[in-house]
Write a protein of this length. Structure first.
Length: 430
């Protein structure tokens, strides 16, 4: 009997659970955004499963941005039915948009996405006063990044907007000049509310641009206006901000700050932040330009030895960068070097340190043909971290679920070990 070859059968329907599993394999980066779009074009079921992912955090540039705007804002006429896709947008990153947009378009995009938007990164040239009203209505906004704005903004307008963003957690101020009114409100033309209003749930604040004068003074004399949730602060690209302004501001927030970043501050002189670990007794993550410290960083007492490990500073992550305008001011005789950090770790003054990140521009790889950096990594990973792991100190306290007889070298090869272990990282692009 002749066997008739049956044509292959293809399923016209797949369960949603399987489609979601397929969707999870598609990366969310800009390179694979077209793959997400193709996924949504297979049929109606695939569209229903994937469309929310496609619009949740779109990557926008060039022609992609034009299509995005025409989809979400088909008309400025209020009688035209609004696009239902607008409520899917949770992150609106306009950092790559320079000349493709206008201030009116930015305001319309904010107005259309106001009920769902959680993250907004403002464009360089198309953000102005007409955007504040729309921005203040984004009730779910958690992250507001204004760093790229090139046009000077009024802090009064920003302040009025922040009062309505009760859920904001991260705020990045613009690098450009900011109009800060004097006592009679001359900069804005109306009376100025004396008290700075920060969002009640704010966790991170990046100060950039013209942070000086009355703005800085009001922040220092009103520390109670900062919410108790604030644990992270960055001060970057502030040409007028000096040691005399930074130190009291940080000390006012010493009870809550655990993460601090200090870089690209032209007015800060060499080695002025050696005592920052004393100013901020709860500091766990520090990113700092290496020209702001020297060999005396930390002020380790001579009596502090490895036996004093229980009094170690809480610092867990230490990142060293360079400021291009100040690196020439570093004194090679007193500069903070690998042996200085080695000493702080070896004597357990920084006995809780887990991650050391160094910019390539610091040139630590060149010292001793890289041997000194290798020795530092050996000390941090295979001595300090192993000691903390074996004695269940600090972040290893209460660590359980380990196989009996498991040694440290085997443990760092496990998934949990790779995540928790100490490491030394060199940033090749800095």
């Amino acid at each position: 009997m002749d066997m008739v070859t049956q044509p292959p059968r293809f399923a016209n329907y797949l369960p949603d659970e399987l489609l979601i599993e397929i969707l999870n394999y598609i990366p969310r980066d800009a390179e694979h955004q077209h793959v997400l779009a193709t996924f949504c074009m297979v049929n109606r079921q695939w569209y229903d499963v994937g469309i929310a992912t496609l619009y949740e955090a779109p990557h926008l540039w060039g022609a992609h941005f034009d299509l995005f705007v025409r989809t979400l804002c088909p008309s400025i006429n209020t009688r035209i039915k609004k696009c239902e896709l607008a409520h899917l947008v949770k992150s609106l990153n306009l950092s790559h948009i320079v000349h493709q947009s206008t201030k009116a378009i930015t305001a319309r995009l904010l107005a259309r996405t106001k009920h769902s938007l959680e993250v907004f990164i403002a464009p360089q040239a198309s953000f102005a006063i007409n955007c504040w009203a729309s921005l203040s209505k984004c009730e779910r906004l958690r992250v507001l990044d204004l760093s790229l704005i090139s046009e000077a903004i009024s802090f009064q307008s920003l302040n009025q907007c922040l009062k309505k963003l009760s859920g904001l957690e991260r705020l990045v101020l613009p690098r450009c000049s900011t109009h800060w009114p004097n006592d009679n409100g001359a900069a804005t033309g109306f009376g100025f509310e004396k008290k700075i209003i920060w969002p009640p749930r704010m966790e991170h604040l990046t100060l950039s641009g013209s942070v000086l004068g009355k703005f800085l003074w009001d922040m220092m004399r009103q520390p109670d206006t900062f919410p108790p949730t604030l644990y992270s602060m960055s001060m970057v690209h502030c040409p007028g901000l000096s040691y005399s302004g930074i130190k009291p501001l940080l000390e006012n927030l010493s009870e809550t700050l655990t993460t601090v970043e200090l870089r690209d501050l032209p007015s800060v002189k060499y080695a002025r932040f050696n005592s920052i670990l004393d100013w901020l007794p709860r500091l766990t993550h520090l990113t700092i330009s290496i020209d702001y410290i020297d060999a005396d960083f930390g002020h380790r007492p001579q009596t502090f030895t490895a036996a004093s490990w229980s009094r170690a500073k809480p610092l867990e992550s230490f990142t060293l960068l360079t400021s291009s305008n100040n690196i020439s001011n570093v004194d090679p005789e007193s500069a903070f070097t690998i042996p200085d950090l080695y000493d702080l770790i070896d004597n357990r003054f920084l006995g809780r340190l887990r991650r050391v990140t160094v910019a390539k521009s610091v040139e630590w790889e060149a010292e001793g043909e890289g041997a000194e950096l290798e020795a530092l990594a050996e000390l941090l990973v295979h001595e300090l971290d192993r000691e903390n792991w074996e004695n269940r100190r600090w972040h290893y306290e209460g660590l359980g679920g380990l196989e009996e007889g498991l040694c440290y070298r085997d443990w760092i090869g496990t998934e949990v070990g790779r995540r928790m272990r100490a490491m030394v990282v060199v940033l090749q692009n800095r």
